[in-house]
Design a protein around this ligand. Structure first.
Ligand SMILES: Nc1ncnc2c1ncn2[C@@H]1O[C@H](COP(=O)(O)OP(=O)(O)OP(=O)(O)O)[C@@H](O)[C@H]1O
Length: 261
């Protein structure tokens, strides 16, 4: 057989079936004007799984995440998160669902006028109402220990390095015990050593907090370190889905262009 691409192969195989997925996306479509960004996306996130989503710049990774959390409305298809149909939710229900989802954005987005302690307490006081001051202090201490930055408690974000800010952002996200984590380019802009530390932390969070995560990344090292399963988007569809090993061993020209080896 000549000219067989990974897509030809993938299309003839059943996609991984995930039992009781925490996220279930079916035949998702999203266009902007005449530009079809997501043409037909079907994917599931299993409980406790780290799913890495890759794809070239502009392949629609951020659009996918925005559809997931209701920031964009898909043209068609369905998105079910924790057994709730996202597209059918009212604003209040959507906000309640969002509280179970932690985001780690590329920018980190800490409040610059607040100390690390205040930054971490902020979502805790807003979402986990009814905690005592002692419980809040303990919870802040616990997450800072988990990201190995207890000493930063009273520092201002401006006094922290990029890697430290990322760790504090992660602490602030996990402090409210999210069931699902969405990581958007978690290692972008960090040096290789710090990137490795963040990848290790993503693994720690998976283990300690039993989170199910979608990790969007261009960073092959981070992808191979953190993924239980990977998905490659291309032309608005899932081009390839499989274990990290399958991506490493792929002979497909497009997959190889990402330098997995
Ligand atoms: N609100 C919008 N209105 C119009 N076009 C949009 C909108 N949001 C995204 N797009 C377009 O959709 C395409 C995919 O964008 P998206 O940000 O999802 O790519 P990406 O895969 O996340 O890229 P990167 O890796 O560079 O972050 C781009 O062509 C972008 O211009």
């Amino acid at each position: 057989m000549s000219n067989v691409t990974e897509q030809d192969i993938t299309n003839t195989l059943p996609k991984t079936t995930v039992e009781n997925p925490v996220i279930d996306i079916r035949q998702l479509k999203k266009s902007f004007g005449s530009q079809e960004i997501l043409k037909d996306i079907t994917l599931q996130l299993g409980s406790g799984e780290n799913l890495v989503v890759m794809g070239k710049s502009g392949s629609g990774k951020s659009v996918l995440i925005k559809c997931l959390v209701g920031l964009l409305t898909p043209d068609s298809g369905s998105i079910t998160i924790l057994e709730q149909d996202v597209t059918g939710l009212q604003r209040k229900e959507l906000n309640q669902l969002r509280q179970k989802i932690g985001f780690l954005f590329q920018s980190g987005a800490l409040y610059d006028s607040m100390t690390v302690k205040q930054n971490i307490e902020f979502p805790l006081r807003r979402i986990k109402k009814g905690l005592t001051e002692k419980e809040i202090t303990e919870k802040v201490q616990e997450v800072l220990e988990n990201v190995d930055l207890v000493d930063a408690l009273n520092k201002m974000p401006s006094a922290l390095s990029g890697g430290m800010r990322k760790r504090i952002s992660l602490a602030r996200t996990i402090v409210v015990d999210p069931l699902i984590m969405l990581y958007d380019e978690p290692t972008t802009g960090l040096d290789p050593v710090t990137s490795d530390e963040i990848s290790a932390l993503i693994m720690d969070v998976q283990k300690k907090y039993k989170t199910s995560s979608i990790i969007i990344t261009h960073d092959i090292k981070c992808a191979l370190h953190t993924a239980n399963r990977m998905i490659m988007l291309k032309d608005g569809t899932v081009f390839k889905e499989g274990k990290p090993e399958e991506f490493k061993q792929s002979t497909d020209e497009y997959i190889q262009s990402f330098s997995f080896q």
